[in-house]
Design a protein around this ligand. Structure first.
Ligand code: IFM
Length: 455
């Protein structure tokens, strides 16, 4: 195989999220989030799993940072738990909650690992959910206040801030089809949530920059939407609808182009857009220094009268068919197609020139049922997946995309939301009963990639 080198200063790292790894759900003044409530609701999460203990990272962060240093990570993307920092969602702050992120940041910097902070990775304080959550404007306003509180504590050491992680999931899975917390099932609520999430981003991004943050961005799980038949006009229309609901509804307002007309027309058929106020689009279009892209799998659609659509895409039933995977899949059932990452990066790069991109998540769940002679999980399927996607990222670089870094999802096996602990994405195995961490073969492979700055 050809030797592939990445640019000098390419950022190599790994990502996690607070509710998925921290545990310590009731410690030091943390209040419940929507995920605490949801996971304790029978039938919502596989086998009743919760994030109560998770990887106990709250208590074991020093060991985890040492592990990151051993693997040679240059950056670590973690999220801050809003209900740890502001248990009521609004002020006052909870100093012990901020202390934890303070210790974590110092531990990372002491090992030469750049902290990349995500302010919202789905764990909305329950107190705010009780007042309407992301369906109401107050949550967006409170998000900016909370962002400032975190920046006030960490801003002297953290350079890179991302506001939201994957608002598509928060809105459509959280309020549209009910698969994620808080479990709403209402198309109108999903679109309200999209707007207030974007508004929250805009308000927070402006506040962070005014407070001196150097790099401000957002992470989207953009979709590479492809037609079943490239020559079919009906399939092209299906691609346009799904692309509008997944990508352009976020990218348009974020980059100053506002909501696309076709998307507005579509959502107006499902909800009275009375939540859109004059001036909001301007607020959302706060300048971005970085776009985080999370990519796992492409999406293939066909345009078909009577198509089943998907509950995650409000208004898609009746005209769109989502195709089952036509090739190898991960344990999540997600099609493995690295070329989708190249296509997606090229498209974003071409549509938004001058906007630096970082792959803020990419990785795969596999059964991890084989060990090698050293007792490590022999996850060659994960190595192949990561290798293929890094080659795809390199292809995008070679075609001129301004790609700044790659963060593997995930450092540790963790709480995979509605799937509980049964799906493992980590490059480090976690034995939940003992909390023992053991790097998998993929972790050692990634360590080599980082040290060679290439493949
Ligand atoms: O575990 C999630 C993460 O929280 C957000 N992006 C996708 C990952 C895998 O499903």
């Amino acid at each position: 195989m050809t030797q592939l080198r990445f640019p000098e200063n390419f950022v190599w790292g790994a990502a996690t999220a607070a509710y998925q790894i921290e545990g310590a759900a009731g410690a030091d003044g943390r209040a419940p989030s929507i995920w605490d409530t949801f996971s304790r609701t029978p039938g919502k999460v596989f086998a009743g799993h919760t994030g109560d203990v998770a990887c106990d990272h709250y208590h074991r962060y020093a060991e985890d940072v040492a592990l990151m240093a051993d693997l040679g990570l240059r950056a670590y993307r973690f999220s801050v738990a809003w209900p740890r920092v502001r248990p009521a969602g609004t002020g006052p702050d909870n100093p012990p909650g901020l202390d934890f992120y303070d210790r974590l940041t110092d531990a990372l910097l002491a090992r030469g690992i750049d902290p990349i902070v995500t302010l919202y990775h789905w764990d909305l304080p329950q107190a705010l959910a009780d007042r309407g959550g992301w369906t109401v404007r107050e949550t967006a306003e409170q998000f900016a206040e909370y962002a400032l509180a975190v920046h006030g504590r960490l801003g002297d050491r953290v350079r890179t801030w991302t506001t939201l992680n994957e608002p598509w999931c928060s809105a459509y899975l959280g309020y549209g089809n009910g698969v994620h917390a808080p479990g709403g099932q209402d198309a109108g609520a999903a679109f309200r949530a999209v707007h207030h999430l974007l508004l929250g981003h805009g308000l927070a991004a402006r506040a962070l920059r005014a407070a001196g943050a150097q790099v401000v961005g957002i992470t989207l799980n953009l979709a590479d939407v492809q037609p079943a038949d490239p020559d079919s006009p009906a399939d092209a229309a299906a691609v346009r609808l799904v692309d509008g609901l997944h990508n352009r509804i976020f990218l348009g307002p974020l980059t100053g182009a506002g909501y696309p007309d076709d998307v507005l027309a579509h959502l107006s058929r499902l909800v009275e857009p009375d939540f859109l106020r004059d001036g909001d689009e301007k607020l959302i279009a706060a300048p971005l220094d970085l776009l985080g892209v999370n990519y796992y799998s492409p999406t293939y659609v066909a345009g078909r009268a009577g198509g089943a659509g998907s509950s995650a895409y409000p208004g898609s039933a009746g005209s769109v068919e989502f195709l089952p995977p036509g090739g190898p899949v991960t344990e999540m059932g997600w099609l493995i197609e690295p070329a989708g990452l190249t296509r997606l990066l090229e498209r974003v790069g071409a549509d938004h020139p001058g906007l630096p991109i970082m792959i803020t998540e990419n990785g795969a769940a596999f059964p991890d049922d084989r060990t090698d002679e050293l007792g490590r999980v022999a996850d060659d399927d994960r190595v192949r997946y990561l290798d293929g996607h890094l080659r795809a990222a390199h292809d995008a670089l070679a075609r001129g995309v301004d790609l700044r870094g790659y963060l593997v999802w995930s450092l540790l096996d963790n709480f995979e939301w509605a799937e509980g602990y049964r799906k493992r994405f980590g490059i480090v195995h976690v034995d939940y009963p003992t909390q023992r961490r053991t790097p998998k073969r993929s972790a050692r492979w990634y360590q080599e990639v980082i040290s060679r700055n290439g493949l």
